[in-house]
Design a protein around this ligand. Structure first.
Ligand code: GH3
Ligand code: MG
Ligand code: MG
Ligand code: MG
Ligand code: MG
Length: 314
């Protein structure tokens, strides 16, 4: 990567984030027993481009969360049989929903009750009758902030790739998807590790090492498809998963990237340097769990290192 290309490379990563952001819809689950209120809320939110799904009974809350996957819950306080505050408290005890934004929309005017509702898990309290502009703004800003936090906890700061935890859970989901597919669907995993990276750090300094890591991340993003998983699994180690790709096809794809990476110049103060990586590959259905795939790929990576590095082994 030439020095003048580097700002473009950073810009690419930023554009990626902005684009996925714009494509994302706002999804709000409305929990409200009054049909009149539901109609009013849905019309208001839909006018602001916000999708809604309404349930009248908090007893159906967990099912609705699972099937609709909202970005925010708009919660009434008083409903027959259930109380919105109680429902929120239950939701907060579940790992999957403990940070999902919950905004109350209620006619309850006693401040003591409002405070209690917040204390038991709500994020904000809005009064009925509501101001449509304020309601839409609260919903959008809450969702944006929630997404920003979720994004930053899933992504690696140096490369913008999925971090170790996020990559592992994404791989698990991909293996489940492949297993659930009717026709036997292949999935190939590659473990990629930069060769003699310690010597690059030692010779040129940590910031140059960081640039090499970013360079490989950039190459992988450019070469792989949006359906592929690319994660920064460790310091200079990457996890890649290619759904629908057989071992042979993956082997030649990763090997092409290996060859191109070895030709990529990295800047340092005295000029440029070249780095290489080794990779190990494992495939579904031969290997059939996420844990086993990474383990077998890791074994193949070790073999690639033993056989001299700058190579891909199965
Ligand atoms: P091998 O070919 O066997 O993989 O040798 P290696 O030197 O690449 O492997 P080793 O695991 O011994 O060293 C990896 C080094 O990567 C050690 C660590 O200091 C460095 N490292 C880890 N994370 C980062 C990072 O974010 N930035 C930089 N610059 N270095 C890092
Ligand atoms: Mg009510
Ligand atoms: Mg290494
Ligand atoms: Mg090592
Ligand atoms: Mg390593």
């Amino acid at each position: 990567i030439a020095a003048e290309d580097q700002p473009a490379m950073v810009l690419n990563c930023i554009l990626d984030l902005v684009q996925t952001n714009e494509q994302e819809q706002y999804r709000v689950l409305v929990v409200e027993d009054s049909r009149v209120a539901v109609a009013l809320i849905r019309r208001t939110l839909s006018q602001h481009g916000i999708s809604t799904h309404a349930i009248h009974d908090p007893g159906k809350l967990l099912d609705a969360l699972e099937s609709y996957k909202p970005d925010l819950v708009l919660m009434d306080m008083y409903m027959p049989r259930f109380n919105g505050v109680e429902a929120t408290r239950v939701l907060r005890q579940m790992a999957a929903y403990n940070s999902l934004p919950v905004v109350y929309l209620s006619g309850e005017s006693a401040v003591g009750m409002q405070v209690e509702a917040l204390r038991l898990g709500g994020d904000q309290f809005l009064m009925k009758p509501f101001n449509p502009v304020l309601l839409a703004a609260v919903v959008k800003t809450r969702i944006e902030r929630f997404r920003e936090v979720r994004r930053s906890t899933r992504l690696d700061g140096l490369t913008g790739l999925l971090n170790h935890t996020a990559a592992k859970s994404r791989l698990k989901a991909m293996v489940e998807e492949a297993a659930a597919a009717t026709a036997e669907s292949p999935l190939t995993v590659a473990m990629i590790d930069i060769d003699h990276f310690k010597s690059i750090n030692d010779a040129y300094g940590h910031p140059v090492g960081d640039q090499v890591i970013r360079g490989l991340a950039w190459l992988l993003k450019g070469r792989l498809r949006s359906v592929d998983l690319i994660g920064r699994y460790g310091g200079e180690e990457f996890l890649v998963a290619l759904p629908g790709v057989t071992k042979d096809k993956a082997l030649s794809a990763i090997d092409r990237i290996r060859r191109d990476f070895s030709g990529l110049p990295h800047m340092h103060q005295g000029g440029t340097l070249h780095a290489t990586f080794s990779a190990g590959i494992a495939s579904l259905p031969e290997v059939d769990t996420a844990a086993a795939l990474t383990e077998v790929a890791d074994g193949a990576l070790l073999q690639a290192k033993r056989l001299g590095r700058n190579r891909v082994e199965v």
